[in-house]
Design a protein around this ligand. Structure first.
Ligand code: PEP
Length: 257
């Protein structure tokens, strides 16, 4: 027992508008509250599009639902002339607990660099948000550099932006496993997660490393989650496609059953 509460995080990406988000979160809450499906100490978080956050906040707060939520990205700046960007202050004002940073789709389609990701991590901490920092290698990286080199290098730079004493969550997401249906093996996930924990220790210290949750992401499903969760350094999952399927996502949350 390591004291790290398992975290199952659903990244909706650009799916579900604000009305659909209300229906989804309501149904998710029913399945989580169902006494037959005791989820124990597992923390559940959803990452809706920005335009849904106010609706999700209202629902979660008014019904006191056991569901955390956060943004899929944030600006490194606090306010000003940055058209289309979202401030961490705005996320915090909506009671967001988390924010995803450096998702491979942001890196790939929006050219986000490791340095920008470090600046976003600083911004998240400045606003009291818990960053979920995504790192991971492409198939080509895997071929040339092996499994850990690229994620380790990405995390070292990103954590340069962290404030000591503030919480960080790390998500190991091999790019070749995202949305491909081809998940890493639990042994592969464990190997990289252990290397990433060593980076947290190197940058933030041993105590922080022992307390930091490291998630695996990439084609997580109800059928493979238990294997990942059995690994010593895997403390949860960042789930994309399967987080939009109510039964599948609820089963992932109930990985112990
Ligand atoms: C993701 O994009 O964070 C992800 C893990 O996607 P999927 O579960 O669909 O592979």
């Amino acid at each position: 027992v390591n004291g790290r509460t398992p975290l199952i995080a659903g990244n909706w990406k650009m799916n579900l508008d604000h009305l659909q988000s209300i229906a989804f979160v309501q149904k998710l809450a029913w399945t989580l509250k169902d006494a037959r499906h005791d989820t124990g100490d597992v923390e559940v978080a959803v990452f809706p599009p920005f335009t849904d956050l106010r609706s999700v906040q209202t629902l979660v707060n008014s019904d006191d639902l056991p569901i955390a939520f956060g943004g899929q990205d944030l600006s490194e700046h606090d306010s000003g002339a940055y058209t289309g960007e979202i401030s961490g202050a705005f996320l915090k004002a909506l009671d967001a607990r988390y924010v995803i940073i450096g998702h491979s789709e942001r890196r790939q389609y929006h050219g986000e660099t490791d340095e920008q990701i470090a600046a976003k991590l600083t911004a998240a901490h400045r606003h009291g948000l818990v960053p979920i920092v995504c790192v991971g290698e492409t198939a080509e990286d895997l071929e040339t550099h092996g499994p850990s080199a690229v994620p380790v290098a990405q995390l070292r730079i990103a954590l340069g932006g962290a404030s000591k004493g503030q919480e960080v969550v790390v998500a190991y997401e091999p790019v070749w496993a995202i949305g491909s249906g081809q998940a890493a093996t639990s042994e592969q996930a464990q190997q990289v997660a252990a290397a990433l924990r060593a980076v947290v220790a190197e940058v933030l210290g041993d105590e922080a490393a022992a307390a930091t949750r490291i998630l695996y992401g990439g084609s997580v499903k109800a059928s493979n989650i238990a294997g990942f969760m059995r690994e010593a350094d895997v403390d949860g999952a960042l789930v994309g496609g399967a987080s939009l399927l109510l039964d599948e996502f609820s089963s992932i949350v109930r990985f112990r059953q």
